[in-house]
Design a protein around this ligand. Structure first.
Ligand SMILES: Cc1cc2nc3c(=O)[nH]c(=O)nc-3n(C[C@H](O)[C@H](O)[C@H](O)COP(=O)(O)O)c2cc1C
Length: 234
C-alpha cells in the first residue's frame, strides 16, 4: 500500500506461503492493499522428501489463488521439474498471466579446512544467466503466458539477450544490491544505445528474434550443438 502511494509505476506484490489458507489470505490482502499484480514465489524445494505431490502442488496453489483475486497473477518457479518443458507449458495454460524463470536457491559449498557445509555466493554471477537464457528461448513461443527472465542478469547486454530470447520482462536483484539503483539507469542507457545502433524503435521489433534458432525440436538442436562443440576439440 505504501509503495503504491509513493510511486506512479505498477507495483507487483511478491509472496511465498506454505499452506492453502495462507496463499488465499495473503493474496487477498495484497489485492486489497492496491497491488497491480501478484507474483507467487512457489518455492517448492526438490529436496523436500515429504512432498510427494511436488508438481501437482503448483497447479493446486494456482487454482486457489486465481479463484481468489482478480488482478493478474504470475508464478516464480525453480529450475527443478520433471519434464521441464512440458511442465512449464502446462503451468502456462492454467490462466496465469506470466511465469518468472527462475528462482535461485541456496547454493552450497564446502570449506575443506573446517570440513563443513557453507553457503556459496548470496549474489548470482553472470555465468548463471545461460540456464535462464536457454529456457526463455525454448519456451517463449511455446507458452500461453508472458515470460520474465531472472537469475544472472547483471547489465544492459544481459537484458538485451533475454529480450532477444523472447522475455516480456526482466528481473534484476544481485546487480542492484551490488551496484545500487543507478544500475537501472545504466541498463536503460545501454538498451537505448543498442536499439539506436540497430535501428530499432520498439521492443517488439526484436523481442524473441533469436529464440527461433532452437527450431521445431529444441532437443535435436542442442544435441547437434553438443556434437559440434566436442568434435572441434583437438
Ligand atoms: C539479498 C537478497 C534477497 C532476496 N529476497 C527475495 C525474496 O524475498 N523473495 C524472492 O522471491 N526472491 C528473493 N531473492 C531472489 C531474487 O529475487 C532473485 O530470484 C535471485 O537473486 C536471482 O536473480 P539475480 O541473479 O538478479 O540476483 C533475493 C535475493 C537476494 C540477493
Amino acid at each position: 500500500g505504501e509503495a503504491k502511494k509513493a510511486t506512479s509505476i505498477p507495483i507487483i506484490g511478491s509472496i511465498n506461503c506454505i499452506s492453502n489458507e495462507d496463499w488465499i489470505h495473503f493474496t487477498r490482502k495484497m489485492e486489497e492493499a492496491g497491488a497491480d499484480a501478484l507474483e507467487l514465489n512457489i518455492f517448492l524445494n526438490p529436496a523436500d522428501f515429504s512432498n510427494k505431490e511436488f508438481e501437482k502442488a503448483y497447479f493446486r496453489i494456482i487454482e486457489k489463488v486465481l479463484a481468489t483475486v482478480k488482478i493478474p497473477v504470475a508464478i516464480k518457479v525453480g529450475k527443478y521439474f520433471t519434464r521441464m518443458g512440458l511442465s512449464l507449458k502446462a503451468l502456462s495454460e492454467t490462466g496465469i498471466s506470466a511465469m518468472v524463470l527462475f528462482n535461485r536457491f541456496y547454493t552450497p559449498d564446502i570449506d575443506i579446512e573446517k570440513m563443513a557445509l557453507t553457503a556459496a555466493n548470496l549474489f548470482s554471477t553472470r555465468e548463471e544467466q545461460h540456464e535462464t537464457l536457454r529456457w526463455i528461448a525454448i519456451m517463449s513461443e511455446r507458452v500461453n503466458c508472458g515470460l520474465a527472465a531472472s537469475t544472472g542478469i547483471h547489465n544492459g547486454e544481459d537484458v538485451i539477450k533475454m529480450l532477444l530470447a523472447g522475455a516480456r520482462a526482466i528481473q534484476v536483484a544481485s546487480t542492484l544490491y551490488k551496484n545500487g539503483p543507478v544500475q537501472i539507469n545504466k541498463i536503460l542507457t545501454k538498451i537505448n544505445a543498442w536499439m539506436t545502433d540497430k535501428g530499432f524503435d520498439s521492443l517488439e521489433q526484436f523481442r524473441g528474434k533469436v529464440s527461433g534458432g532452437y527450431g521445431d525440436d529444441p532437443s535435436a538442436f542442442e544435441r547437434m550443438q553438443f556434437m559440434k562443440h566436442f568434435s572441434e576439440i583437438r
